[in-house]
Design a protein. Structure first.
Length: 198
């Protein structure tokens, strides 16, 4: 009988990413991933339904964190303020400086595989749906909740890609702030113009 190993999903995830980055996603098997950390293929499939899911381990925690942050936002905040609060609350918890190299490597593998790209888009959609649901629970109407949530997740997705860019040293929260400022300028460009200018 195989002995249960604490932290097996994380060990498998790390090993899988390293193998995918060096050998390629399609060329790496679940058995090879498991064996590289001294586990069996059966153990791999106990934690992950397939190779793709290795990349999305822990997604539920991120979804839960967004939902909890929306619920914890100050009373009276407008929908977009709530979304900003959620972005700022989750960024330092899930996207620390120590995680940046892992995220860079993960993204490089995803960019080479259409199936992984599709799954990543699905993940962002799931985050947006969860955030919209949490906004509705605060009494926001359906259309406004969807618009605010999708805007927020677009900001999150673009900021994340900037955060993992080589040479980038700002925190994810700082980049999100910049993206939000750009979004505000797009929505209200007149507000940013000096007085007297057309």
């Amino acid at each position: 009988m195989v002995r249960w190993e604490p932290g097996a999903p994380e060990r498998l995830q790390k090993a899988a990413l390293e193998l995918f980055a060096t050998r390629g996603f399609e060329q790496t098997t679940a058995t090879e991933i498991a064996q590289s950390v001294g586990l069996t293929e059966r153990t791999f499939f106990r934690h992950f339904s397939d190779k793709r899911e290795v990349f999305f381990h822990g997604q539920e925690r991120l979804v839960d964190a967004f939902v909890e942050a929306v619920a914890a936002a100050p009373a009276g905040a407008d929908p977009m303020e709530v979304v900003v609060f959620a972005l700022q609350s989750t960024a330092p918890v899930f996207f620390s400086e120590e995680r940046r190299p892992f995220s860079r490597m993960r993204q490089s593998v995803i960019e080479k595989n259409p199936a992984l790209q599709e799954r990543e888009h699905h993940k962002l959609g799931t985050l947006a749906e969860a955030m919209a649901g949490a906004l509705r629970a605060r009494g926001v109407d359906e259309l406004t909740a969807a618009l605010a949530a999708r805007s927020g997740i677009t900001v999150f997705g673009l900021a994340f890609l900037q955060w993992i860019d080589e040479g980038e040293s700002r925190s994810l929260a700082e980049i999100e702030d910049e993206m939000l400022a750009r979004l505000r300028l797009l929505i209200s460009p007149a507000a940013s113009r000096p007085a007297g200018r057309a």
